[in-house]
Design a protein around this ligand. Structure first.
Ligand code: 6GU
Length: 233
């Protein structure tokens, strides 16, 4: 799978995309990430990429020409399943959308900055607009890193233990159960007996009960949705 990311701040993406699981996925050839500096497509001697908003108001808006030139260059090299604009007014990212995106071959991600990008770029090129939650970030870069991380871990072969993505919170619509490691006794607190029993069936039943209870208490909205999906024929 390949991500191409268009940004005015490529340095902001370097570290989060080059460690741990994302690093290993790239080394294994399962993931390719191209980071593209929009400044290279900027206008004039100063490589300008933004300008004042028509109609007035605070902040700058990203001009259409550099973005269009960059997107067209990318599209001349490969076909994209989606051209995604990261924006707080997009649809909220969730696990279902991550699952869907993980089936893609190539994704093009556009990071906005300042007051956002000229609306005409959204109309002409963007096929999907995604927010990572109801709060405002300074730009789309950290949101793009979140999206790449959440989607990459769903690509077969990326995680060491193939089953472990299936046990993530949300993957079955429930929160994950509590986990413990050694020591079995720590500062007067012990690990639930069942986890030390070696009894696989009882352990998986316990984990499922814990998942249900945790979801019911912490996320009643998810719990109701899960119950509805369970009773569907
Ligand atoms: Cl995708 N961009 C910005 N700037 N802020 C956000 C966001 C995206 N998602 C949540 N907040």
């Amino acid at each position: 799978m390949r991500f191409d990311i268009v940004t005015v701040l490529p340095e902001l993406l370097e570290s989060p995309l080059n460690h741990s699981i994302l690093k290993r996925a790239q080394e294994r050839g399962l993931l390719h990430i191209g980071v593209h500096d929009l400044r290279a497509y900027g206008l004039g001697r100063h490589r300008q990429v933004d300008d004042y908003p028509f109609g007035g108001g605070a902040g700058m808006v990203m001009r259409p020409e550099p973005l269009a030139a960059c997107i067209r260059q990318m599209q001349s090299e490969r076909t994209y399943d989606e051209v995604i604009y990261l924006t707080p007014d997009g649809t909220t990212l969730n696990q279902a959308l991550c699952n869907r995106l993980s089936l893609s071959e190539n994704l093009l991600l556009l990071c906005g900055h300042y007051k956002g990008i000229d609306e005409r770029i959204r109309q002409k090129f963007v096929t999907l607009e995604i927010s990572i939650g109801d709060y405002v970030l300074s730009g789309g870069e950290l949101a793009a890193a979140v999206l790449v991380d959440a989607v990459t871990r769903l690509i077969p072969g990326v995680l060491n233990d193939e089953t472990s993505a299936l046990l993530d919170s949300f993957q079955d619509g429930l929160l994950a159960p509590p986990v413990y490691t050694r020591p079995a006794e720590w500062e007067g607190m012990s690990v639930p007996e069942v986890l030390l029993s070696g009894h696989e069936k009882r352990i998986s039943e316990w984990r499922h009960e814990q998942s249900l209870e945790r979801t019911r208490v912490r996320r009643p909205d998810l719990y109701e949705r899960w119950r509805e999906s369970e009773e569907a024929p």
